[in-house]
Design a protein around this ligand. Structure first.
Ligand code: ZN
Length: 252
């Protein structure tokens, strides 16, 4: 079966607006057009288009506009905003939810969080931030749960309703880079024997160029290794090499 709500009923006006929205998709104009035309939409059309625009949009736009559109008291909100699979997942959430956000620099308001810590760290990297914040949120304050971009995203319109718990600092990548100066640097690749089952999807199994043991190469390592002065080695080998660089006499 298609993952479409049974509130779905096609309507000529909805169809005309949908056609224009498809043309504007991915541009900041789409949500403005939606806001202009929204009054004549069916309830289902309103919520369905709004959620589709939100998950397909990836640029900057007026947060207050999104807040007022998501905040509408039109009926059918939950079941039309979320797909049936998302409603099911939403219903399974506990009374309190732990969620994370990678804040942008100087950010003063926001409505989106992720339930997934790894996802939050991925956003932090994209936004040039080195930490994420953890919040405790009451389920009843959650407007929607979106699973569509595999971001486990929740929308909470009023940040005054969420409770800050703690900050998490991204250290994992910083410590996986061994001493690296201009002409002699080693990227340390974690050994598979230490981390048999990593959670990072970008990690690729490779062989240590020195000892041949299986180890993991991350996206970050691949980027750094484009520099011809950088070499890679497993954790043990790069430790040994690091020690040798400081002038001690270890076998490599
Ligand atoms: Zn090695």
């Amino acid at each position: 079966m298609y993952d479409i709500s049974n509130n779905f009923k096609w309507n000529v006006y909805d169809a005309a607006v949908a056609k224009k929205l498809l043309e504007l998709e991915g541009t900041p104009e789409a949500i403005k057009y939606f806001a202009e035309k929204s009054e004549g939409l069916t309830n289902y059309g309103y919520w369905f288009f709004l959620s589709t625009l939100w998950v397909s949009y990836s640029g900057y736009s007026d947060l207050n506009l999104w807040k007022s559109l998501f905040g509408s008291d039109r009926p059918g909100k939950k079941k039309s905003l979320m797909k049936p699979s998302e409603v099911k997942a939403y219903d399974q959430l506990g009374w309190f939810v732990t969620a994370y956000r990678a804040h942008r620099k100087n950010e003063s308001d926001w409505i989106s969080y992720t339930l997934n810590k790894e996802t939050a760290f991925r956003f932090a990297k994209e936004r040039g931030a080195d930490s994420i914040k953890e919040y405790k949120i009451k389920k009843r304050d959650i407007t929607a749960l979106f699973l569509r971009r595999s971001e486990d995203e929740i929308i909470v319109l009023d940040k005054g309703n969420v409770q800050f718990i703690r900050e998490h600092i991204a250290v994992s990548e910083a410590i996986s880079i061994s001493p690296w100066n201009q002409d002699n640097g080693y990227i340390c690749l974690p050994l598979k024997s230490n981390i048999p089952d990593p959670e990072h999807k970008d990690w690729k199994l490779v062989y240590c160029p020195s000892c041949g043991k299986e180890c993991w190469e991350s996206e970050l390592a691949r980027k750094i290794l484009k520099n011809p002065n950088m070499k890679s080695a497993c954790t043990m080998c790069s430790l040994r090499k690091g020690i040798k660089v400081r002038g001690e006499n270890y076998d490599t």
